[in-house]
Ligand binder design. Sequence first.
Ligand SMILES: Nc1ncnc2c1ncn2[C@@H]1O[C@H](COP(=O)(O)OP(=O)(O)OP(=O)(O)O)[C@@H](O)[C@H]1O
Length: 246
Amino acid sequence: MNTPTEQPLSGAGVLISARGLRKSYGRTEALRGASLDLHEGEILAVTGTSGSGKSTLLHCLSGIVRPDEGAVTYGGEELGLLPEQRLSELRRRDFGVVFQFGQLIPELTALDNVALPLLLAGARRGHAHRTAGEWLERFGVRGQADLRPGGMSGGQSQRVALARALVTGPRAVFADEPTGALDTLAGEQVMTALVHTAREAGTAVLLITHDAQIAAYADREVGLRDGVVHSGPAAVLGQEAARREG
Ligand SMILES: Nc1ncnc2c1ncn2[C@@H]1O[C@H](COP(=O)(O)OP(=O)(O)OP(=O)(O)O)[C@@H](O)[C@H]1O
């Protein structure tokens, strides 16, 4: 396991850059000027208490939500300025997303769930299934290929969801509390598989978690507090704030 530091991987270029993001839902200010760089191939943990804006930040960085103010730049393009069609193409081709509850399609087997993004991208059925099988193997769930999500454990489902997120060879994977619904052992297995395969593929990972043990798998950790990103773990921010207030 790596020790998280405040420094990015040396030499790695910036893959996605967010500057001054503001996003409100009604009167709730979820982000209040958040800035963050995700470097190529790095595993970056974003930690923070509930409601600090972690999911909103992930949604803005992955082009799911447009910020009210500020800019997210990827490959020289500002996501907020792209037409919806181009944005959805980017999301499909360059980004993978995993949520706390894998959100696999319940009617499809594990193999078909993983093959789906390839089929949507125009791959032939045989190729899509072969590749999907290889990714299930990488995540240690090849034996579950013919099972539907209802017949798998939570940890197995999450590994299938990660295989589905990585199968198209994205540049970045956004994982929102991917182990949040798992017990410690299953969570560790999911993280070990994610870190191993992301490193092998050179995929950057933005990992949202409120669990320090999960954040410790990352190369770097930043904390979100009241919609603003601070370098260093959220736990340290909390202690600093408590000192100031106490
Ligand atoms: N779609 C929405 N509609 C209304 N309010 C929202 C919406 N999404 C987020 N919020 C509010 O914005 C704030 C930040 O939410 P967000 O989910 O980004 O935080 P979080 O740090 O991910 O929290 P958690 O760890 O509980 O998931 C919260 O007060 C939340 O209630």
